[in-house]
Design a protein around this ligand. Structure first.
Ligand SMILES: N[C@@H](CCC(=O)N[C@@H](CS)C(=O)NCC(=O)O)C(=O)O
Length: 209
C-alpha cells in the first residue's frame, strides 16, 4: 500500500474502544505511523479537546492543514480514502451496506455498554439498575444477532464492519467480563478469536487487557 498522506494528530484515550477502532483501521491500511497520539482527558474541562471538538470526545483527528475530523466512522472512512490498497469501506452496493450496518451494530454495542459502565460510576444512591439492565440487554440482543449473522461477518475481505464488531466485543470482555458471551455464541466466538489475533488488534489493546 502507498500513500502521500501527511502526519495527523489523534486525540485519544488508551481505553476508548472507538479510538481502538481508529487505530486498528489505521494499522490495517498502513497509516498508523503517520498518526501522533495526543493523550486526552475528556473529563477535564480545560483539556484542549474542547477547543477542537465541541463534543469534547475522543477520537478526534487533526489534519496538518488544520481540518478536524470526528467521530470514529468519519475518521475511519477518511483514513480509508488515503491509501491505494483494498478498501475497508466497500465502495457501493450490498457489500457497502452490509459493512456499514455491521459498523452501526458494533458502535451501538459500544454506546450501550458505555452508558451501562458510566451508570456504575455514579454515587451508589443515584444508580438506576433498570437502566443498566436495559443497556446490557441491547448488548446481548446485538451479540445474538451477530451470532446469527456470523457467516456474513466471516466472509469476504476485511471491512470496517468486522473491525468495529471486533473492537466492540473486545470492549465487552474488557469492561463486562462477566457477560461470558462466548460459550453461548460459538460461531461468533470462533470468528472473534481469529480476528483478535491480527497484529492490528493485538497492538492496540486497552492497557489492562
Ligand atoms: N460516536 C463516537 C463516540 C465517541 C465517544 O463516546 N468517546 C468517549 C470515550 S470512549 C468520550 O470521549 N467520552 C467523553 C464524553 O462523552 O464527554 C465515535 O464513534 O467516535
Amino acid at each position: 500500500m502507498s500513500t502521500n498522506a501527511s502526519t495527523m494528530k489523534l486525540r485519544f484515550s488508551p481505553t476508548s474502544p472507538y479510538v481502538r477502532k481508529v487505530m486498528v483501521t489505521a494499522t490495517e491500511v498502513g497509516l498508523a505511523d503517520l498518526i501522533e497520539k495526543i493523550p486526552t482527558n475528556t473529563q477535564n474541562p480545560d483539556d484542549p479537546i474542547g477547543k477542537v471538538n465541541p463534543l469534547a470526545k475522543v477520537p478526534t483527528l487533526e489534519l496538518e492543514d488544520g481540518r478536524i475530523l470526528f467521530d470514529s466512522p468519519v475518521i475511519c472512512e477518511y483514513l480509508d480514502s488515503l491509501h491505494d490498497g483494498p478498501r475497508v469501506f466497500p465502495s457501493a452496493g450490498a457489500p457497502r451496506w452490509q459493512a456499514l450496518q455491521q459498523q452501526a451494530l458494533g458502535d451501538g454495542i459500544l454506546d450501550a455498554a458505555i452508558l451501562a459502565m458510566l451508570e456504575g460510576r455514579r454515587p451508589e444512591e443515584k444508580r438506576w439498575q433498570p437502566w443498566v439492565d436495559k443497556q446490557l440487554q441491547k448488548v446481548r440482543n446485538a451479540i445474538a444477532q451477530l451470532e446469527a449473522q456470523s457467516d456474513e461477518l466471516a466472509g469476504g475481505g476485511l471491512t470496517i464492519g468486522q473491525i468495529t464488531v471486533a473492537c466492540a466485543l473486545g470492549y465487552i470482555d474488557f469492561r463486562f467480563a462477566g457477560e461470558q458471551w462466548q460459550a453461548s455464541h460459538p460461531r461468533l466466538a470462533a470468528w472473534y478469536q481469529g480476528f483478535s489475533a491480527r497484529p492490528s488488534m493485538v497492538n492496540n489493546q486497552p492497557p489492562e487487557a
